[in-house]
Design a protein around this ligand. Structure first.
Ligand code: MN
Length: 249
């Protein structure tokens, strides 16, 4: 049997350190093809390019850059560039965590969501950065382990996997935990200042804080564990559907 085709993409851009580490880490597990945005596309969420043509550039053997979003990359790869559906989509390794509610902003997770929507087992991998040195190679070894498992077993209940890895040396990582998304608390997340012309401006960011919760992705990474959260995209609130059956609209 031919080696499985592994599509690697990200949102930090094709030249980022994380995607190189990921492609290296997956080598030998299958045929690795990298198709990623030509520039940083972090926090672009699940956006898709519809209003202009999308150009693709061949950089080297198995490496292509796309003038578009992470979602564009997966869509083009699966429907055209690869000539076949990949066995796996692996997105990352993102420079910075994608935890809890932040998955809705993440381009890294969105690429895996696109794979998931195309019925391809998909993984998003993020390194919880913050201090030097950055342990991308260690993160890549965990990504490989999880990717190998997914190739063997298929997606658990069809879920996509959101993986966050603490920025630690391999021997300092305490294990892997299956988690749920944590809840982010939006405190001081907008900074208001005045520009040199006296006009106010706003900067969205600030430092996040998190609700402490059992089995959350945030808690796992904080305690030195690799966090693996299975996600699905049926956003329907089924309890609300039941509750609303009594509404008279
Ligand atoms: Mn990013």
């Amino acid at each position: 049997m031919a080696a499985p085709l592994l599509l690697v993409t990200n949102d930090d851009g094709v030249r980022s350190e994380g995607i190189r580490a990921l492609a290296d880490g997956l080598e030998g597990l299958g045929r690795v093809v990298v198709i990623a945005p030509d520039r940083e596309q972090s926090a672009t969420s699940h956006s898709i390019t519809l209003d202009r043509p999308v150009r693709v550039n061949h950089l080297s053997e198995g490496w292509l850059s796309v003038e578009g979003t992470p979602t564009d990359c997966v869509l083009l790869a699966a429907n055209s560039l690869l000539g076949e559906k990949p066995a796996l989509v692996v997105s990352g390794i993102n420079h910075g965590p994608n935890l809890g509610d932040d998955v809705t902003y993440s381009g890294t997770v969105a690429a895996a969501m696109e794979g998931h929507l195309l019925d391809i087992p998909s993984i998003a991998v993020s390194l919880s950065t913050g201090s030097s040195p950055l342990h991308f190679a260690t993160a890549a070894r965990f990504a490989r382990r999880i990717a190998a498992k997914l190739l063997d077993e298929g997606s658990p209940n069809g879920a996509l996997l959101n993986v966050n890895i603490p920025n630690l040396a391999e021997e300092a990582i305490r294990g892997i935990r299956i988690t749920r998304l944590g809840k982010r608390l939006y405190v001081d997340s907008v900074i208001e200042k005045t520009d040199p012309r006296g006009k106010p401006y706003f900067w969205i960011g600030g430092s996040p804080s998190w609700e402490s919760g059992k089995n959350t992705d945030h808690a796992a990474v904080l305690e030195g564990f690799v966090s693996v959260t299975p996600l699905h995209l049926d956003l329907t609130d089924y309890k609300a559907v039941v509750e609303m059956e009594n509404w008279t609209l």
